[in-house]
Design a protein around this ligand. Structure first.
Ligand SMILES: [Zn+2]
Length: 58
């Protein structure tokens, strides 16, 4: 039994035997993880900027 899914990294349609597969290939899986890490770092630096701004205002 295969499922037609959309890759979360490149947007391609692919078929997988696992219903909850997120990406079409290992390369896309790694790219998605790298992007998530970048997004997390961006979130943390935005948080640090906000914390610094709050400290300045207080
Ligand atoms: Zn893909």
């Amino acid at each position: 039994m295969t499922h037609t899914l959309t890759c979360h990294a490149c947007g391609a349609t692919f078929t997988a035997s696992r219903r909850h597969a997120l990406t079409c290939s290992n390369a896309c899986r790694q790219r998605r993880q790298a992007r998530r890490r970048d997004a997390l770092i961006a979130d943390l630096s935005a948080f640090a900027r906000e914390a610094a701004a709050v400290k300045l205002a207080a």
